[in-house]
Design a protein around this ligand. Structure first.
Ligand code: 4NP
Length: 155
């Protein structure tokens, strides 16, 4: 089993969208039995909450349902459980580096590094600024790159 964790700040906009998009892709490729997917936030603000209504609406518009997901906070133990711990922006990356146990740093990465054609490393935070459609497109592209990477290295 390959385990993937997507991480943003609140776990209500970007990372649950990434979880839903990647799960949908993995299901369509018939790989659900081989790839385990979760998401978390670096902060505790939204523990137990469903995704932001705007993220849910954008996902629904694209044909996926993320309404049943619930916010949780990332923890040090996630670096033992997961093979990929993927940050949405540099701030998330730095917060994760602070809780990352020694020897597991190689599991931490920037999600958009799997979408080199985008020529950007960060998924912008849409919570205050909006842009859920643009965020969704970035996530969709990186999800495909991530699956290609997993196929090459693990399957
Ligand atoms: P996310 O977006 O990190 O993509 O889930 C945010 C959600 C909540 C807040 C900030 C960003 N907040 O400040 O509560």
């Amino acid at each position: 089993m390959v385990r993937v964790l997507f991480v943003c700040l609140g776990n209500i906009c970007r990372s649950p969208t990434a979880e839903g998009v990647f799960r949908d892709l993995v299901e369509r490729e018939g790989l659900s039995g081989e790839i385990d997917i979760d998401s978390a936030g670096t902060h505790a603000y939204h523990i137990g909450e469903p995704p932001d209504g705007r993220a849910q609406a954008e996902a629904k518009r694209r044909g996926i349902d993320i309404s049943t997901l619930r916010g949780r906070q990332a923890q040090a133990g996630d670096f033992k459980t997961f093979d990929y711990v993927l940050a949405m922006d540099r701030s998330n990356y730095q917060n994760l580096m602070r809780i990352c146990p020694i020897g597991t740093e190689d599991k931490l990465g920037m999600f958009l590094d799997f979408a080199p054609a985008l020529e950007r490393r960060e998924v912008p935070d849409p919570y205050y600024e909006g842009g859920f459609d643009v965020v969704y497109d970035m996530i969709d592209e990186a999800a495909q790159g991530l699956l290609a990477d997993i196929r090459t290295k693990h399957l």
